[in-house]
Ligand binder design. Sequence first.
Ligand SMILES: Nc1ncnc2c1ncn2[C@@H]1O[C@H](COP(=O)(O)OP(=O)(O)O)[C@@H](O)[C@H]1O
Ligand SMILES: [Mg+2]
Length: 353
Amino acid sequence: MISLSNLTKSFGNFDAVKSISLAVPEGAFLVLVGPSGCGKSTMLRMLAGLEKPSRGTISFGDKTVSDGERGWTIEPAKRDTGLVFQSYALWPHMTVAGNVEWPLTVARMAAFERKARVTEVLSLLGIDALADRYPNEISGGQQQRVAIARMIAPKPKVLLFDEPLSNLDAKLRVEMRTELLRVHRATGATSIYVTHDQVEAMTMASHVAVLKDGEVEQFGAPGDLVAQPRTAFVATFVGTPPANLIPASPHGSKMILAGEPMVATFSLEGPALAMFRPEDLTVYDKPGPRSIAMEFAEASPVAGRMMVTGTRDDLRLTAVVDEAPKFYPGDPVYFSLPEAPAALFSLKGERLA
Ligand SMILES: Nc1ncnc2c1ncn2[C@@H]1O[C@H](COP(=O)(O)OP(=O)(O)O)[C@@H](O)[C@H]1O
Ligand SMILES: [Mg+2]
C-alpha cells in the first residue's frame, strides 16, 4: 500500500503540491490526472525520491520513505521504484539488451541471471527481435517499450510513469495503454501514472486522483468520478464527452438557464451551475420547449450516435443524440434540456445536490 499524508511541496513561497493525503492498496493502478502545472510531476518526483517533500510523509507499506518535517528521504535507488518519463532517455551507445541489462548490472545481479531476466522482459514487451539494435535504429514506440522493459527489469515494487505516452501518435498511444496494463498485471507492482489526458486516466486507472492547483479535487474509481463528480471542475474534466455546466438562477416560479427562462422541476436559493449530461440533451434546428439557442460548432459520429457541439459566448454545450439535423458551422442549433439537471454546483464549484 502507498499512503501520502499531508504531502506538501513548496518552491519558495509557492505551493506546487498542497497537503495531499491519499492511500492506494498494493497492486493498484493510480492515475494522477489534471491540467498542465497542477503538480503531477512534482508529486511523482517526490514518490521517486528525486524531490524532498516540504511537509508530510510518503509510505510504501509500513515503511516511511520520505518525511518532510524530519527533512529526510530515502534515495531513489534504494526505494524500490522504477520511473519512466515522456522522453525515453535510453543510452544511445548501448543496444536494446544492453539498456535493459544495465540496471541489473548496477544491482550486481549475476551474469547468467541478468541474461535470463533481459530475455524475459524483452519478450514481455514483445521486443525480443530488437535485442541487438541501437536506440537510433528503432521507432519511438519501440524505444518507449525498451524504456519500460528497462524499468521493470529489476522488479521494482512501485512503477512510476510521467506522461509516458505523450510523444506517441494517437494509434500507438491506444495500443500502449493496453500494453502497460498487461505489464502492470504481469508484474503485480503498484503503479502510479501521471497524465493530463482524462481518457487515458479513465481507461487505465483502478484509482484516479484529479488534481487542480496542487490539490486533489476528487479521488475515487473512474466510474464514480463520472457518476458523482464532487466539483464542477471534475464534472467538466472527466467523461467522454464531459458533462455540460449551465449557469442557472431562480426567477419567480421559473428558472433562468443560460439566459432563457424556463419551467423547471428543481429549486435554487440563488445563482448556481447546473450539470446536464450530453446524453440527456436533444438538438433541433428550431426553437422548442426548454431550448437554448446556440451556434453550431461541430458534429461527429460516436459509436453509432452523433455528438453535436454548439457555442455561444463562453458557453459550450455538447449533446450525444441518435439523430441530428444536418448543420453547417454558424447555423443556429437549439439544445433542449431535461426538466432537472443531473447535479448542481455553487458558483465556486462545490457540489450542492
Ligand atoms: N523546481 C521548481 N522550482 C519552482 N517551481 C517549480 C519547480 N518545479 C515545478 N514548479 C512549479 O510547480 C507547479 C507544478 O509543476 P509540475 O509538477 O511540473 O506540474 P505538472 O506536471 O502537473 O504539469 C508549476 O507551477 C511549476 O511551474
Ligand atoms: Mg509534468
